[in-house]
Design a binder for this molecule. Structure first.
Ligand SMILES: [Zn+2]
Length: 670
């Protein structure tokens, strides 16, 4: 008696949908892996199938890019349930055409290829959107139709491409969907999607050393599926390095190609041939051929859990073990993120992804970049021109007073002018090697700008000197009061130039000849102006600030300083425009004249080719040491911005990475 009780307690764990599929599904010839379904070909889906079989999880969310096997997994979960533990099923997609063109035909393939399901399939009762299998209802619904969603309850609800669902006037679609499961005590809801927009960071867990996605700040993540993922157990797919056997979580920034981010960066085609995944434990550049080997030993890990290194046993390398307790322990919502770098699809190689990413980076087109981040890597995308708050700018003040030089010999001192109706707004900056720059002065000269007085004041201003250094050149924006601007420039030949910002330009700066004035009269010969890419210049300014915040400015040349006595007005105006990701342009959210002036400072520096002056460039870290009286620590005679951040591993150039010969694990394996 006791024995049989024990047997009952030790009942086998519930079969998972992927094991069901191994038994019963035969994939059609056109699928990525045709023939009998093999869960081992797609190891990162095993935790998903497992979670659907665990009674403690009411929700399961999985987030990944395209070509990762999401659809097949959803089909397996439905097929398994309908076959072995029938309950009404509701399958939701963003649109009706998606069901008719793609989803419904795929499900019909599964029903036909699986003998047990096909036997149960009621051909007479079933319609395109409602299938009957052995008396159980399987229904398709789309998000645009609340009546379809609200029709009846279901024990299993699966929602595909969550991020493409737009909410209707009926309220939050996911809330309507979840309400369908209310009638069933053990109902489950599954969500999947390729994520779209949001800003999140990776952070190294202090105890385990693994780099996890941090939950995004409020308002920073618009992606619904990512928000769902954040509210769950926050598992991520970790794989072992074939070199050091340590586990790490692959993501976009670990993808490497020759010359990455430097002047000598390779072409996209070369990147395709030489791309490697960098192990975040030991820095080894890993070749794409190890991808299946790594996936086979992969584990899903939540923050707080650690993974023991993979271990050699004879000729085998066995997967590591997940240890410790997840910070999300006890959650009834299992969530998993898998990087596109772990795709089971042979086509989606490191090289393929590197080529796509580099092409997108070169295009500079946010829409293309977003596509690669989302579908390629399964990551969120946010525009890089992140605008800080004005308080953050204020917090950047450096220990010097307006007018004081932080270093003795600036390469140039520029003044830039934004022309308003009743005032001229100006900034004066000193520029040093490596694009280091400090704000010397900023302010406003009041007076109607169609009258001479204020221009006279400007003549005096540009005669200012800073420890004996004159203002070398003054850049003035044209487009308003052009006649006065050109009159001033002609009166200060060689010392003043006209600048003209454009929303789009094929290069950062471009000299244009001005043929006519506003009244259509031919101007004096020699009038010219420098057109510049205005969004680019503003994003450069904002990037200086994020660089200082990230610590990059401490390590690489290219600092951008403001004095202790800078005004709050100045700080507010620097963030007077916000980058609009959807529209791909800056929107004005407040006064922005100082931002315009600072963007023009960058243009003046480019025009003077200061970005090529690298000899003697200092980092912000060097400046700090100088300020603290430790100049001996500085060794920057020929400082040149390195190809990659110093803290990141720098794999050797192709075709033979230095550590290649040490990949012994693979050879011994079989
Ligand atoms: Zn390693």
């Amino acid at each position: 008696m006791i024995r049989s009780t024990a047997k009952m307690v030790e009942a086998p764990p519930p079969r998972t949908s992927d094991e069901w599929a191994r038994d019963k599904r035969v994939m059609p010839p056109a699928s990525p892996v045709p023939g009998p379904f093999n869960p081992d070909s797609n190891p990162y889906m095993k935790p998903i199938a497992w979670a659907f079989a665990q009674p403690q999880f009411r929700r399961v969310t999985f987030v990944m890019g395209t070509q990762m096997g999401k659809s097949v997994t959803m089909e397996n979960v439905c097929g398994h349930r309908l076959d072995e533990d029938p309950t009404p099923v509701l399958y939701v997609t963003p649109t009706k055409p998606l069901i008719t063109s793609t989803v419904e035909p795929k499900f019909m393939d599964m029903f036909r290829e699986c003998a047990d399901l096909w036997r149960k399939y009621d051909k007479r009762r079933s319609t395109q959107f409602t299938k009957w299998l052995g008396g159980t209802k399987f229904r398709f619904a789309w998000a645009g139709s609340p009546t379809e969603l609200a029709a009846d309850s279901a024990g299993l609800i699966l929602v595909d491409e969550v991020d493409r669902i737009t909410n209707t006037g009926e309220g939050d679609t996911t809330e309507i969907i979840e309400a369908r499961g209310d009638a069933y005590v053990d109902s489950k809801v599954g969500y999947t999607a390729t994520p779209l927009r949001g800003r999140v960071d990776k952070r190294q867990h202090p105890d385990t050393g693994l780099w996890h996605w941090q939950p995004g700040k409020k308002g920073a993540v618009t992606s619904k599926v990512w928000r769902l993922w954040q509210s769950g157990t926050r598992h991520e797919w970790a794989v072992p390095c074939p070199e050091c056997l340590g586990y790490f979580i692959p993501h976009l920034e670990l993808l490497w190609w020759p010359g990455q981010g430097s002047k000598d960066e390779c072409t996209p085609d070369e990147a395709e041939r030489h791309a490697r995944l960098t192990c975040s434990c030991c820095g080894t550049p890993i070749k794409d051929k190890y991808r299946p080997w790594m996936n086979a030993r992969g584990v899903a890990v939540a923050p707080g859990e650690s993974v023991t290194p993979a271990r050699r046993e004879g000729d085998q390398v066995l997967a590591g073990e997940v240890q410790g307790t997840a910070e999300t322990e006890g959650s009834s919502h299992y969530s998993l993120w898998v990087s596109g770098l772990c795709s089971f699809a042979a086509k989606k190689s490191y090289g393929f992804l590197a080529k796509k990413l580099l092409e997108a980076q070169r295009s500079g087109d946010p829409a293309t970049l977003m596509g690669v981040y989302n579908t390629g890597f399964g990551q969120l995308y946010a525009e890089v021109g992140d605008v800080p708050t004005w308080e953050e700018i204020r917090a950047m003040r450096w220990a010097y007073a307006a007018g004081e030089l932080v270093l003795p010999d600036p390469l140039r001192v520029f003044c830039t002018i934004d022309v308003q109706k009743t005032r001229l707004v100006y900034t004066i900056r000193a520029w040093f090697a490596g694009m280091g720059t400090q704000l010397l002065e900023h302010g406003e000269l009041w007076g109607n700008t169609d009258e001479d007085t204020v221009w006279g004041d400007l003549s005096e201003l540009i005669d200012s000197e800073y420890a004996g250094h004159p203002i070398n050149e003054t850049g003035i924006d044209v487009g308003y009061r052009d006649d006065q601007v050109y009159a001033f420039i002609n009166a200060h030949k060689g010392r003043a130039v006209a600048l003209r910002g454009r929303d789009k330009l094929d290069k950062p700066i471009k000299k244009e000849l001005v043929e006519v004035d506003r009244k259509g009269k031919v101007r004096k010969r020699g009038d010219s102006r420098w057109a510049f890419d205005s969004p680019l210049a503003k994003r450069w300014v904002h990037s200086r600030i994020s660089r200082a915040q990230s610590g990059d400015a401490d390590r690489f040349p290219g600092w951008w300083l403001i004095p202790t006595d800078v005004t709050d007005d100045y700080c507010k105006q620097i963030v007077g425009e916000e980058w609009d990701e959807a529209a791909g342009k800056y929107n004005q959210v407040g006064e922005n004249h100082y931002l315009d002036c600072e963007a023009m400072q960058y243009v003046m520096a480019l025009r003077a080719k200061l970005h090529r002056r690298k000899r003697g460039a200092l980092t912000l870290g060097d400046l700090k040491r100088l300020r603290d009286g430790k100049p001996e620590a500085i060794e920057h005679d020929e400082a040149v911005e390195p190809a990659a951040p110093a803290t990141e591993p720098e794999p050797s150039p192709p075709p033979e990475p230095a550590k290649k010969a040490r990949f012994k694990v693979k050879r011994r394996r079989r």
